[in-house]
Ligand binder design. Structure first.
Ligand SMILES: Cc1cc2nc3c(=O)[nH]c(=O)nc-3n(C[C@H](O)[C@H](O)[C@H](O)COP(=O)(O)OP(=O)(O)OC[C@H]3O[C@@H](n4cnc5c(N)ncnc54)[C@H](O)[C@@H]3O)c2cc1C
Length: 443
């Protein structure tokens, strides 16, 4: 039995520990936070997350998808809220295709429990990784009781966007590292349930208030509430910095998100107590040091949240890494470099796709032209399903590698811009000749 170490029992680290146990590894997991089941705190960024097909497939492979699904809420469509309160709708995929709202804290606890139930997994909470010899895969940890050392054959670093293990790898020759804060940050707000405990707005949907340079979104929780996230520039004329008082924030919300603020009776208290957090993109390479140390999940590829793919891509990492171990008969010296090299281009692609989707969500979803384009795409793809899978579906509802999806999306954009330039497109959008032209452009 191989003995290995996992640093970070967040979403990816706890799932990976379960994968390792199922492969027969003996696993020591070190997490800097105390056991969330004892503190009762759901720590970490964002209260809830969108889980989609890539994430589900990774959960299914270790047999826990069904359990997760019991508390997940399907979101079948986007509901767009205009400034005047009018609504428009856009289905995410074909009938019954949905992304799922799940609680970050709840999912993390469930994964941890599933990992801990395996006799081969030992989770050491309140143990902070403070050092590592990435050449040998040994790490050192500090806890209340002092310093300890891991003795596994390899180190799997899933310690998130500000990874300690990565910072040690950065000292190595020829390690590439890029960290980019985007101009926008975010603040979470809460829409409580109605008096009878039901959701105040459509439950099985992701709500968006697209406003060009900024947006508000809301995802449902099982208790009847919604968690809203305001994505807003950190600085500038209209920004977190420019809203200096809570009454300025209220005035801004009244002008921009009139319906939403009506559903938040304690807006002022929330605005004052909820922090503003920043959004970072991390790229690095190589992700591994031989077969001894490997970075994955946010530790090697943190992305912005606009495609809802950060966790999903980290879960897909677990599935791909498991396949590499399988392909190389658990020879870590071969499996780890193979995974790192094969996976990296796809992590870069989802980072780019996520930024592109920000523009789509905050700006394009408010534009009638864009909604028309989506209708044309949906019609064409229903007529020729093998020829055109909309980019959103490729990313969210398929397992097509991200870089292939990005390449197809760029091609689709070129074709759609020619179609949208047709003078008759507003009236003839579903006409046979439009569909014919799309076929020709594709060939
Ligand atoms: C606002 C927002 C919304 C998001 N929405 C979505 C979404 O809808 N869908 C989606 O798929 N993704 C979403 N994401 C992305 C998602 O949160 C991350 O991709 C995911 O949490 C990555 O998991 P991870 O396990 O790699 O890292 P993390 O979740 O950050 O876990 C890292 C763990 O390592 C521990 N750790 C850190 N340092 C040390 C140390 N030195 N020693 C020991 N332990 C350590 C931490 O305590 C933590 O438990 C969102 C992100 C944000 C910011």
């Amino acid at each position: 039995m191989k003995k290995v170490t996992v640093v970070g029992a967040g979403l990816v680290g706890s799932l990976w520990s379960l994968y390792l146990a199922k492969r027969g590894y003996s696993v020591d997991v070190y997490e800097r936070r105390p056991d969330p089941r004892k503190t009762g705190r759901a720590e970490g960024r964002s209260i809830n997350l969108a889980l989609s097909n890539r994430g589900w497939a990774a959960l299914e492979k270790v047999g826990i998808a069904e359990e997760v699904k019991q508390s997940a809420i399907p979101m079948y469509r986007r509901v767009m809220h205009a400034v005047d309160g009018s609504l428009s709708f856009q289905p995410y995929g074909k009938e019954n295709q949905a992304i799922y709202s799940v609680s970050r804290g709840g999912l993390n606890r469930l994964l941890l429990e599933a990992a801990e139930q395996q006799p081969e997994v030992r989770v050491h909470f309140a143990h902070r990784c403070v050092g590592a010899d990435v050449e040998t895969g040994q790490a050192s940890f500090e806890s209340e009781t002092g310093t300890s050392q891991s003795d596994g054959e390899a180190l799997f670093a899933t310690d998130g966007a500000f990874s300690q293990v990565r910072s040690l790898m950065q000292r190595r020759d020829r390690f590439n590292y890029e960290q980019e804060y985007i101009d926008h940050g975010y603040k979470e707000l809460h829409i409580p349930p109605a008096a009878d405990g039901t959701h105040q707005i459509e439950r099985e949907a992701l709500h968006i208030w697209p406003r060009g340079q900024h947006m508000l979104i809301a995802l449902p929780n099982p208790d009847g509430s919604f968690t809203c996230t305001l994505f807003f520039p950190m600085e500038g004329e209209e920004s977190f910095a420019s809203l200096r008082t809570v009454s300025e924030a209220r005035a801004f919300f009244l002008a921009q998100f009139r319906d939403a603020i009506d559903w938040m009776p304690d807006f002022e208290a929330q605005w004052e107590s909820n922090p503003v957090s920043s959004l970072v993109i991390i790229r690095c390479s190589p992700w591994n040091v031989g077969g001894k140390t490997l970075l994955f999940g946010d530790a090697s590829h943190a992305i912005v949240p606009f495609y809802g793919q950060g966790m999903n891509s980290g879960f897909e990492d677990c599935r791909w890494l498991d396949e590499s171990l399988e392909a190389f008969g658990d020879d870590l010296d071969q499996a780890l470099p193979h995974f790192a090299e094969k996976r990296k281009p796809h992590a870069d692609a989802i980072a780019e796709l996520a930024m592109r989707n920000f523009v789509e969500m905050r700006d394009l979803t408010a534009q009638p032209e864009f909604l028309l384009q989506k209708k044309i795409e949906a019609r064409f793809s229903a007529l020729h399903p093998g020829k055109w899978i909309p980019l959103y579906s490729q990313v969210t509802f398929s397992h097509i590698p991200y870089a292939d999806a990005l390449a197809a999306g760029i091609r689709h954009d070129k074709i759609m811009s020619k179609i949208m330039a047709r003078p008759d497109i507003q009236v003839n959008w579903d006409g046979e000749d439009v569909m014919e032209q799309m076929l020709e452009l594709l060939d």
